[in-house]
Design a protein around this ligand. Structure first.
Ligand code: MG
Ligand code: ZN
Length: 447
C-alpha cells in the first residue's frame, strides 16, 4: 500500500469541501525560494508586522494543517515565509533570576521579544526580582515617529498585547480596579496605572481587540480620577468603537476598538476532548457573531489606519490569542478554528508585503502547549477527541496535562519562527526568543 501511494501523484478533493490534497509523494512548494529571500533580507524595514500565535507550538500548527489543508498541504499564511528557525522560550525564576523557569507564560515570553530581556512569569516588561522598567521595541518605534498598532483576539490588556506599551509587575493588573497585585502601580499611589490606562496613555495609533470590561472601570487617581478608561481614551483623542460596523466607519486614528467585554468570540466549535475520547467529529465553522470583526479584518483595518498616519513607517503586532485559550480548555475544534483565523490574518500581512517591499514579517509563538496528535486507538490517559479531517482521515488529538475541567498546561518545547523581509535571515537556526528583539531593533534602526 505504501508503495502504491508513494508512486501515485493524484490530486484529489475530499468530502465535497474542495480542499486539494497535496501530491501524496510529499509536498514540493516552488514559491519558497530561500536563496532569493536571503538576498532580500538586508537593511532596515519600512514596515514591521509581528504576528504571534499564543500557545502555537509545532503540534498546534500541525493539527490545524492536517485538519484544514491535509497532511501534505501547507497553511497559506504560517507556512509561507521562507526563512525559518527555532526559538527557545524559557523564563526566569522570580526569587532567583539566575535560575531558569523551563515553561514560560505569555507575559514573560512577550517581555522577551518585546524588550530583549528575560523575566519571570507574570511580569509585563519589567525585570525579575528588581521590578525595573524595560523599554520595548514598540515604544522605540513610536519614539522614532513610526505609526504603531496592537491587535489581538484576547482582551487587549492580556499579557501578549500588554508587553508592548505597558510595564507592571503582575499581568492581572489589567484595569484600574484589578490592582491588588500591583499597589504601587496604582494611579492613586502615584504610579502609571493599570495596563488599560498605560496602553491609552502611550498613544498607540491603533488598539483593537476585546477587553471592554477593563476600559469601563473607573480610574482611582490622577487627571482622570472618577472617569473610566474609555473616557480617558476619548479625552486623549481616540475614536472608541465597539463593533465591526463602527470600525469600518473609522477613517483615521487614533482608534480604540473594543469588540467584546472579555476575549473576542471564537470562530469554530465542536466537542471538547474527554475520556473516553469524543468523536469522530467534524468541526462547526462560522460561529463568530458578525458584529465582531475577524482577526484578518482587524489586521487589514490596522494596516490601512497606520498607513494613513504614516505612509513611510509602521510597527504592527497581531496576536491570535485563543489558540492558547482553547488548548487550555482541551477544545480541539475551537483551537483549530483560532489557528486558521490567525493564518488568515497572516495572509493579509503577506499580501501587504507583496505590494510594499521593505516589510519585515515575523510569524512565531510564545510557548508550546498540551495538544498532541496520537495514533487513533491509543490508550491515552488524558483527554482525547477524534476529528475527521477535510481530506477524510481520522486524526486523534490528546490533551494530557490536566484532568477534565482543569486547565491544560503550557509546555516547554522550542518553537518555530518564520520570517521574510529586512533582517529576516536572523531567524534562521536556533536562537533564543530575546534575539527576536534585536532583529526587530535592527529592522527599525535603533540597533
Ligand atoms: Mg496572548
Ligand atoms: Zn496560556
Amino acid at each position: 500500500l505504501a508503495l502504491s501511494i508513494a508512486l501515485g501523484a493524484a490530486v484529489t478533493t475530499a468530502g465535497g469541501v474542495g480542499v486539494a490534497v497535496a501530491n501524496q509523494s510529499g509536498s514540493h512548494d516552488r514559491t519558497r525560494d530561500v536563496a532569493r529571500a536571503v538576498q532580500g533580507a538586508k537593511g532596515k524595514a519600512k514596515y514591521v508586522i509581528f504576528l504571534l500565535g499564543d500557545g502555537m507550538g509545532q503540534s498546534e500548527i500541525t493539527i490545524a494543517r492536517n485538519y484544514q489543508y491535509g497532511a501534505g498541504g501547507r497553511l497559506p499564511g504560517i507556512d509561507t515565509p521562507p526563512l525559518t528557525g527555532d526559538i527557545t522560550t524559557y523564563a526566569l525564576q522570580e526569587a532567583d533570576p539566575s535560575k531558569p523557569e523551563y515553561v514560560t507564560d505569555s507575559a514573560a515570553s512577550g517581555t522577551g521579544w518585546a524588550t530583549g530581556h528575560k523575566t519571570s512569569n507574570g511580569r509585563i516588561s519589567t525585570t525579575a526580582g528588581t521590578d525595573l522598567i524595560l523599554p520595548t521595541v514598540f515604544e522605540q518605534a513610536a519614539k522614532k515617529g513610526w505609526a504603531t498598532g496592537n491587535v489581538s483576539t484576547a482582551e487587549i490588556t492580556d499579557a501578549t498585547p500588554a508587553v508592548l506599551a505597558s510595564h507592571v509587575n503582575a499581568r492581572g493588573c489589567q484595569g484600574p480596579t484589578d490592582m491588588t497585585a500591583c499597589p504601587k502601580y496604582k494611579k492613586s499611589a502615584g504610579g502609571p496605572g493599570s495596563i488599560a490606562e498605560q496602553e491609552v496613555d502611550h498613544l498607540s495609533d491603533v488598539i483593537l481587540g476585546g477587553g471592554k470590561g477593563r476600559f469601563d472601570q473607573v480610574i482611582d487617581g490622577g487627571p482622570y480620577a472618577g472617569k473610566t478608561v474609555v473616557d480617558q481614551a476619548e479625552a486623549l483623542g481616540y475614536s472608541v468603537v465597539t463593533d465591526a460596523a463602527g470600525l469600518d466607519a473609522v477613517k483615521k486614528g487614533p482608534v480604540l476598538g473594543l469588540f467584546n467585554k472579555g476575549n473576542m468570540s471564537l470562530e469554530w466549535k465542536g466537542l471538547p476532548a474527554d475520556k473516553p475520547v469524543t468523536g469522530p467529529q467534524v468541526c462547526q465553522e462560522n460561529q463568530r457573531p458578525a458584529n465582531e470583526p475577524s482577526l484578518a479584518a482587524m489586521t487589514q483595518k490596522a494596516i490601512d489606519l497606520l498607513l494613513a498616519k504614516n505612509a513611510k513607517h509602521f510597527y504592527l503586532q497581531v496576536e491570535g490569542a485563543s489558540i492558547d485559550k482553547q488548548d487550555h480548555a482541551a477544545a480541539p475544534c475551537e483551537q483549530i478554528g483560532e489557528t486558521i483565523a490567525f493564518d488568515n490574518a497572516i495572509q493579509v500581512a503577506l499580501a501587504f508585503a507583496k505590494t510594499h517591499p521593505g516589510t519585515l514579517i515575523i510569524v512565531t509563538a510564545d510557548h508550546s502547549h498540551s495538544s498532541q496528535i496520537v495514533e487513533p486507538g491509543s490508550d491515552i490517559q488524558g483527554l482525547g477527541s477524534i476529528l475527521t479531517t477535510k481530506e477524510g482521515a481520522p486524526m486523534e488529538v490528546s490533551y494530557g496535562t490536566a484532568p477534565k475541567g482543569g486547565s491544560q498546561s503550557h509546555t516547554g518545547a522550542q518553537l518555530r519562527v518564520a520570517a521574510q523581509g529586512p533582517q529576516a535571515a536572523n531567524v534562521v537556526g536556533l536562537n533564543d526568543q530575546t534575539e527576536l528583539y534585536h532583529t526587530l531593533a535592527r529592522a527599525i534602526g535603533v540597533e
